[in-house]
Write a new protein. Structure first.
Length: 252
């Protein structure tokens, strides 16, 4: 235990120092951005990202820098990355909508009815960790309730504990499903953004195939399949085609 405390005492200042350095760098980036030194601010935020920091605000600020530098494709990419980390990031969602209106290929975020929108926003505001913890707690309650039914309700009417157990199981399934959905959204997102100025889509993984569409910087698409430097993508209008991997960047 003494050795553990010594190690913790030695490591803690390093962790605190690292966080302090990152916070200082972040503030320098914000100051540079406010002074309209967009390239300098971008370099600072990218350096923070290169340290393995997964933060929606960092991605959002990188997107803002790219937007100010008139790189719409990368701006949209980083707004999408910010929303992937934090789906409830309002400023990123607002700026994404605005940037999408400026692309050559007009595109609009998917619209939802009032009820679906409310449910979606409420779900997005719940952290994945909170759902996972809730699922574990509810599972523990299920086990406790079953043990109580076996020990204290043996030979007695079990209507009440059965009802309580049913309610707990329902909430456990909801929490488990929500946590799994958020995990899949974060780790298996097939979304990509076109970052090249102009991109040709072909009917096969080669420029010798028939050209089926032409799209431009900032177009959001879904990756269907990849093969030898080429990817089959699907556009929001349902049209699909093969493009070179160097023409897009994945959101995840």
């Amino acid at each position: 235990m003494r050795k553990l405390m010594i190690i913790f005492t030695l490591i803690l200042p390093l962790l605190v120092g690292a966080n302090s350095t990152i916070d200082t760098a972040f503030q320098r980036g914000v100051t540079a951005y406010e002074n309209q030194e967009y390239q300098e601010a971008l370099d600072i935020f990218l350096q923070i990202q290169e340290q393995g920091i997964t933060n929606a605000d960092v991605a959002y600020n990188i997107g803002n820098c790219y937007f100010r530098l008139q790189n719409i494709g990368l701006a949209i990419l980083y707004y999408k990355r910010a929303l992937r980390i934090n789906p409830a990031h309002g400023p990123a969602e607002k700026n994404l909508r605005y940037a999408m209106e400026l692309t050559v290929d007009k595109q609009h975020p998917a619209t939802e009815d009032a009820f679906s929108s409310t449910v979606s926003r409420s779900f997005n505001r719940i952290p994945a960790n909170a759902l996972a913890i809730a699922a574990l707690i509810l599972f523990a309650l299920i086990v406790i309730t079953l043990c109580a039914m076996i020990i204290f309700w043996r030979g007695r009417e079990k209507s009440l504990p059965t009802f309580i157990l049913t309610i707990i199981i329902v909430f456990w399934i909801i929490a488990l499903f929500g946590a799994n959905l958020k995990w899949r959204q974060f780790h298996h997102d097939p979304t990509a953004v076109i970052i090249a100025d102009t991109v040709m889509g072909y009917s096969g993984p080669n420029a010798e195939y028939t050209r089926v569409f032409t799209i431009h910087e900032g177009m959001i698409c879904q990756i269907e399949r990849q093969e030898e430097g080429w990817s089959l993508i699907k556009l929001s209008n349902g049209l699909g085609g093969w493009v070179e991997n160097t023409t897009f960047a994945k959101v995840r």
